[in-house]
Design a protein around this ligand. Structure first.
Ligand code: GTP
Ligand code: ZN
Length: 363
């Protein structure tokens, strides 16, 4: 056992650093490395310091590059060259689509072809995990480890980032306690904490579901606007309350409340998406313009929590066939899909229709 943080713990530090605007260093075994800064949280002083170290590029996802008409030579991403005359405002306009329509970016943008995109790819992965806009300034360095040590920056192997993206962090039970609720007096709230320093997730157990029978279950993704504020733009609030009510009526069930706000992009980015929706884009187009995929959630967490609580089979309350497929892939048998169609209204009809047309939701 060592006191030093392992690579997963270093990733948690890196996420926190990027959110504050502090750079992180990525290292390759051959000694080559890169300084990475989030485009969203970068300031002018740090950009100037980064420019003294080498030639920065702005890493963008292929989704964002498509909107900006930048060539994504690396497939899933583009490394856009940063002209010497342009600075922070230009980088932030590349990253943030808020003003795309009012002030379109003046191109053409020049994308880098040569070299390895591994640093840029890891940088975008870290930005997404930090729930920042997926855009980063990346400067390749010869003496990256020395820079990290001298400046006190978090340094981690670039391979650790790609490896972590493939795995789902183990979730550990922290505590559970009785919680009488309006929907069911016999309620119990369990808290789970991931090893990787990410968001905690919750399980709400209603009654005493038999572990040897299929449990009436729901994987509910956090929606602050719908669940708490009663937003009419989505169906989350009525789905949450409808699921709990059905479990209460049956006397048993399990609702997993997964802290994957905004289909995994975080509340700030979801509000950016809402702003784009006010400009006429639908929910999927808005995610793409921001540089995200339609859905950035990791549904493996739900399967892991079901298993951890002793369940092997479920009757799943959902309209999303991807949730069913993912649970099955992760070893939970879904014996029945129980539709959950509640809360349709004037404000969310187009949103629900888009989910059906583009994301495969069943109406
Ligand atoms: N990015 C983005 N997220 C949204 C938008 N509207 C709602 N959400 C999020 O979408 C998620 C909805 O989650 P769920 O209701 O669990 O999932 P679902 O895929 O709709 O599937 P079912 O409800 O089970 O049929 C929540 O995390 C919301 O915060 C939007 O316009 N953009
Ligand atoms: Zn919602």
């Amino acid at each position: 056992m060592t006191l030093a943080p392992d690579s997963r713990e270093l990733m948690a530090r890196a996420r926190a650093d990027l959110r504050m605007g502090v750079g992180v260093v990525l290292l390759q075994p051959d000694g080559l490395g890169a300084l990475v800064l989030s485009a969203e949280t970068l300031n002018a002083e740090r950009l100037a310091a980064a420019r003294k170290l080498g030639t920065p590029v702005v890493a963008l996802t292929a989704r964002r590059a498509e909107t900006l008409k930048a060539r994504a030579y690396d497939g899933d991403l583009a490394r856009v060259e940063l002209p010497g005359s342009l600075g922070l405002d230009w980088i932030q306009a590349l990253a943030d689509p808020a003003d795309d329509l009012a002030m379109p970016m003046k191109g053409p943008l020049k994308s880098r072809r040569e070299g390895d995109a591994a640093f840029a790819r890891a940088a975008l992965c870290l930005c997404k995990e930090a729930q920042l806009l997926p855009a980063a300034v990346v400067v390749e360095l010869d003496h990256a480890a020395v820079l990290a040590a001298n400046a006190g920056l978090t340094a981690l192997p670039v391979a650790a980032v790609s490896q972590a993206a493939l795995e789902s962090s183990p979730q550990h039970p922290v505590v559970h306690a009785r919680l009488p609720m309006a929907a069911a007096e016999a309620g119990r709230l369990h808290i789970f904490r991931p090893e990787d320093g990410g968001e905690e997730h919750y399980a709400i157990e209603i009654g005493k579901p038999d572990r040897d029978k299929p449990v009436l279950a729901r994987l509910h993704s956090a929606c602050f606007t719908g669940d708490v504020l009663g937003s009419l733009k989505c169906d989350c609030g009525p789905q949450l309350r409808g699921a709990l009510a059905q479990m209460g009526a049956e006397g048993a069930g399990l609702l997993l409340y997964l802290n994957q706000e905004g289909r995994g992009i975080g509340l700030a980015n979801k509000m950016r998406a809402y702003s784009l929706q006010d400009q006429g884009f639908d929910t999927v187009q808005a995610n793409h313009r921001l540089g995200f995929e339609d859905d950035e959630r990791d549904f493996r967490i739900g399967a892991a929590l079901l298993k951890r609580l002793g369940f092997k089979q479920a009757r799943l309350l959902t309209n999303n066939p991807r949730k069913v497929a993912m649970l099955e892939n992760c070893g939970i048998e879904v014996v029945e899909r129980v539709p959950l169609q509640v809360g349709r209204g004037a404000h969310n009809a187009a949103y629900l229709d888009t989910k059906a047309a583009k994301s495969g939701h069943l109406l």
